[in-house]
Design a protein around this ligand. Structure first.
Ligand code: BG6
Length: 506
């Protein structure tokens, strides 16, 4: 999506709870600047910041100005111009969002605003999501009247496990309708993630092969180079499984595995994604023990510095059994996917930043090509969806090497977004906010999908809550040895971040 292709969002007030926080200056404001610059929002966008810090709008603007001054991106005159225009449309209310007084003031502001449309973004600790929704509703702020919309946007975590996710959904839904709730999973803002549907459903040569007759297995990896760093407090009560799997990795999985929707509207797509997530096999405790492994990084060198062990990180319990790496083998019980394992892994302080989906096709039934006796099979075709970095798509096939001898070699047909398009400097939230403002829920999670995701990981949470420790792995590796065992026992191997087809055994 780019500016000229779509009409600007309708007039609205974007109300930010937590306006003086880090998220607002680091992400929300830069996103709105980008959107103004590219015409996704017009001069009728107003921003109302809510924060506990005393002071008026000058205090907020001063903070935003000094943060933006440190951003290299703001050197660009168009961005600067967009910010100068936007900052004139910012207001601030100082108050405590757990008390009614601030909601009275928001009501007053909105009743005098040029448009009664409002989107409330909750940049507050997740334990307050339910409270803020309740207060908004009790103060009449969720009432949609005479064509004016009222929407709430929240961002993961949506609960801590299945029970708390159900509780949160029930609470939100008692104060707002599902079509007013925008649950953000920022992975859905990534171009490459949105492209999965197009790759599948706009290409006969891909979708026709997209089933258990032709696909051997699927790998989904979200490897991170970054360590837990200053996030110890949050991370130690969360861990890699909760932080990444039922949300981000399952969104990738749902995009890859869902059935074609009847329509590309939000409900049709969310119905298919929900159906798929509900088809994930719910493991017994024994099966969970066989199909899930966890790790935690030890001390060691990483990217030129000495990284302390995870358990030596600030705000992490020294005897913590929280995992910083997880690998799972999951099954999707549908006709299309019966017998096709989905291997998922994610972790911190790994060898590289690499989010990718690797589809490995079955081997050809037999090949008459002369082959070494030790490797009678040709390497299977693979489709690699490179989500980040270096966004693109690689298709690995075998060809004949030039020469008189009939020799096959694997090669890769590569496509890189950056070679073909100007993908510019985006935060990844532009498309999410645009859809929030125009009222399209395609890129947002629905309650049933979230609960289905938690249901599939709950057996692992239960099992690990019983005791035991994650296996150690060295920083800069690709996780603990048990993750390799998980896939190798099926006669398969993880795709390596830097693996090239030329390096494959032909
Ligand atoms: C967040 C997690 O939701 O996603 C982080 O809380 C993680 O721990 C991040 O680092 C990964 O997102 P991205 O876009 O950097 O791949």
């Amino acid at each position: 999506m780019s500016g000229p292709d779509v009409a600007p969002a309708p007039p609205l007030t974007f109300v930010i709870f937590g306006a003086t926080g880090d998220l607002t200056r680091r992400l929300l404001i830069p996103t709105l600047i980008n959107m103004s610059r590219s015409g996704l929002v017009g001069d009728d966008l107003h921003i109302l910041g809510i924060g506990i810090e005393p002071g008026g709008v000058d205090m907020l603007l001063e903070r935003l100005d000094s943060f933006l001054a440190t951003s290299g991106d703001m050197q660009e005159p168009e961005r600067q111009e967009a910010w100068q225009s936007l900052r004139k449309r910012i207001a601030y209310i100082s108050g405590d969002f757990t008390q009614n007084a601030v909601y009275d003031e928001i009501s007053k502001y909105l009743s005098q605003a040029p448009s009664a449309n409002a989107a409330f973004y909750l940049a507050v600790p997740p334990r307050f999501f339910g409270d803020v929704a309740e207060k908004l509703s009790a103060n009449g702020l969720m009432n949609e009247t005479a064509g004016a919309f009222r929407r709430i946007a929240i961002e993961k975590p949506f609960g801590h496990d299945l029970a708390s996710a159900r509780e949160l959904n029930a609470r939100l839904l008692s104060h707002a309708n599902e079509n007013q709730i925008y649950r953000i999973d920022h992975f859905l803002g990534k171009e490459t993630v949105q492209n999965i549907m197009t790759t599948r459903f706009a290409n006969m040569m891909i979708e026709a092969l997209w089933n258990n007759n032709y696909i051997d297995h699927v790998q989904i990896t979200a490897a991170e180079l970054v360590d837990v760093g200053t996030r110890g407090k949050f991370y130690d009560s969360t861990g890699a499984l909760r932080d990444m799997v039922p949300n981000h990795l399952f969104q990738l999985l749902a995009m890859v595995a869902m059935e074609p929707p009847n329509n590309f509207d939000a409900e049709s797509i969310r119905n298919e994604k929900g159906k798929l997530l509900k088809a994930l096999r719910i493991y017994s405790p024994e099966d969970a023990a066989k199909n899930g492994v966890r790790g935690a990084y030890t001390a060691g060198p990483l990217a030129g510095k000495d990284l302390p062990a995870y358990t030596g990180t600030a705000d992490v319990a020294p005897d913590s059994s929280t995992e910083t790496f997880v690998a799972l083998k999951l099954l999707v019980d549908t006709w299309r996917w019966a017998g096709v394992p989905f291997y998922l892994r994610t972790g911190k302080a790994l060898k590289a930043r690499d989010t990718e989906i690797v589809i490995t096709f079955r081997q050809v039934p037999f090949a008459q090509f002369p082959r070494p006796a030790s490797r009678p099979q040709l390497p299977p075709n693979r489709l690699i969806i490179q989500v980040q970095p270096d966004e693109g798509l690689d298709m690995e096939i075998s060809i004949k090497a030039p020469g008189l001898v009939l020799k096959t070699v694997p090669i890769s047909l590569d496509f890189r977004y950056a070679d073909r398009f100007d993908i510019g400097k985006q935060t990844g939230y532009e498309s999410l906010f645009y859809e929030l403002f125009v009222g399209d829920q395609t890129l947002f999670q629905r309650a049933d999908g979230i609960e289905a995701g938690w249901a599939a990981v709950q057996p692992f949470l239960d099992l690990w809550a019983e005791g035991g420790k994650p296996d150690p792995y060295a920083p800069g590796s690709m996780g603990p040895a048990c993750a390799d065992d998980l896939i190798q026992r099926d006669g398969r191997a993880w795709h390596q971040p830097d693996e090239k087809p030329e390096g494959r055994q032909e």
